[in-house]
Design a protein around this ligand. Structure first.
Ligand SMILES: [Zn+2]
Ligand SMILES: [Zn+2]
Length: 152
């Protein structure tokens, strides 16, 4: 793997880069900022960028970088779409990714099982009636009664 010596765009430190413009420290810091911004947007989907900057303390240029890198999607910031299940902001569609996954998990099996269940009960009526093993003995007893009468 080839590494470049680069100057970190954030702190100006020289570091070995694998293509990342930021050193490891700043990269971690940017991840923390990203999570902060993302969580804030989840909780306040209607917030504009100035409010996000004010409440999270993350510089606007960082937020714009996240948007440019598509780590954040602008629709989320403007809050035009909300998940129909948890009302979290979504970039597209009716449900956020988490709810989409949960709905797929929940819907697929139960939908199929219920259809199968409706078919099954009819098969039970087809069971054969049980045989009556005592019918032979009855005629034997009757035979004994007859023989007694015949003696008299
Ligand atoms: Zn740095
Ligand atoms: Zn959701």
């Amino acid at each position: 793997m080839a590494t470049d010596i680069r100057q970190c765009k954030m702190c100006g430190k020289l570091f070995h880069s694998l293509g990342n413009p930021l050193c490891n420290d700043c990269n971690d810091e940017m991840d923390r900022r990203f999570v902060k911004v993302r969580d804030f947007i989840y909780a306040h989907p209607e917030a504009g960028i100035p409010e996000i900057v004010e409440k999270t303390g993350v510089p606007e240029k960082n937020i714009l970088t996240f948007l440019r890198e598509e780590r954040l999607v602008l629709e989320r910031v403007s809050g035009m779409l909300a998940c129909e299940r948890c009302s979290r902001p979504v970039a597209a569609g009716r449900f956020c990714e988490e709810c989409k996954n949960e709905l797929i998990k929940a819907l697929k099996p139960s939908g199929q099982v219920e259809r199968d269940r409706q078919v099954q009960p009819q098969q039970e009526a087809a069971k054969q009636p049980e045989k009556q093993p005592q019918s032979g003995r009855k005629s034997d007893r009757q035979g004994m009664i007859y023989s007694r009468y015949n003696r008299n």
